[in-house]
Design a protein around this ligand. Structure first.
Ligand code: DX5
Ligand code: ZN
Length: 223
């Protein structure tokens, strides 16, 4: 299994972002949390930041849109050079049309589900997406605790992906640490976002390596 570790720069030093990107160059993608103070009660970066980060980052950008009306704003992030653009199912008006637009621009298309959102309506739509993000905390803030009840949903999506013979990356985001990453890996995740677990400490590269090892030690077994 390919394990991808995507550090979230939400936990980085905002006054030194180019340096902070350089410290995670051994990771797979850098996770960029876009929050609009409406979909979630917090405000982070917008499009000009993403355009600039894409220019200086040593690794591709994994953009997580926690915003209202991603149908309107999402394509701009793909045009800015994001490798993947993930929008929330709860916010999208026409998720399939938006995913097709993102792919047409050249980005991978991702759909995110909050902890309380049922996956059922989206299982038939899996071929339209390159990534499904199962939120393992309520979106809005870093440093929260992993919600284990989200794992049954993740396992269901993993089974559906396998049954359909698809190559859809399964991402988890929120409270991922060297302790919890194995639980998510066993349930079927292969792409792991970690903010505080990577940046809280003085050696992000070491933390990335530890997370990678911990995920690999807990392979997914279907059903
Ligand atoms: C939360 C964000 C996460 C956040 C994770 O809404 O989507 O990406 O950065 O932070 P940790 O890993 O600290 O839970
Ligand atoms: Zn995120």
């Amino acid at each position: 299994m390919t394990t991808r570790i995507n550090p979230s720069i939400l936990a980085a030093d905002f006054a030194n972002l180019e340096r902070e990107l350089g410290r995670i160059s051994t990771a797979d993608l850098v996770h960029v949390d876009i929050m609009d103070n409406h979909f979630v009660p917090n405000l982070t970066f917008g499009l000009p930041m993403v355009q600039r980060l894409a220019q200086v980052s040593p690794i591709p950008l994994d953009v997580h849109l926690m915003i209202e009306d991603p149908d309107r704003w999402g394509p701009g992030y793909a045009e800015a050079g994001a490798h993947s653009v993930t929008f929330h199912a709860e916010a999208a008006g026409e998720p399939v049309a938006l995913a097709r637009r993102l792919r047409q621009i050249g980005a991978r298309a991702g759909i995110a589900l909050k902890p309380g959102t049922d996956a059922t309506p989206y299982l038939d739509l899996l071929p339209e997406f390159d990534q499904v993000l199962v939120m393992t905390v309520e979106p809005g803030f870093g440093g929260q605790s992993f919600i284990p009840e989200t794992m049954s949903k993740l396992a269901r999506i993993a089974d559906a992906v396998q049954d359909a013979g698809l190559d859809v990356w399964l991402q988890v985001d929120g409270g991922i640490t060297a302790e919890t990453i194995g639980i998510a890996a066993e349930a079927g995740a292969n792409t792991f976002v970690a903010g505080s677990a990577v940046y809280n400490g003085d050696d992000p590269a070491q933390r990335i390596a530890e997370l990678r090892d911990a995920a690999a030690a807990h392979p997914h077994s279907h059903r």
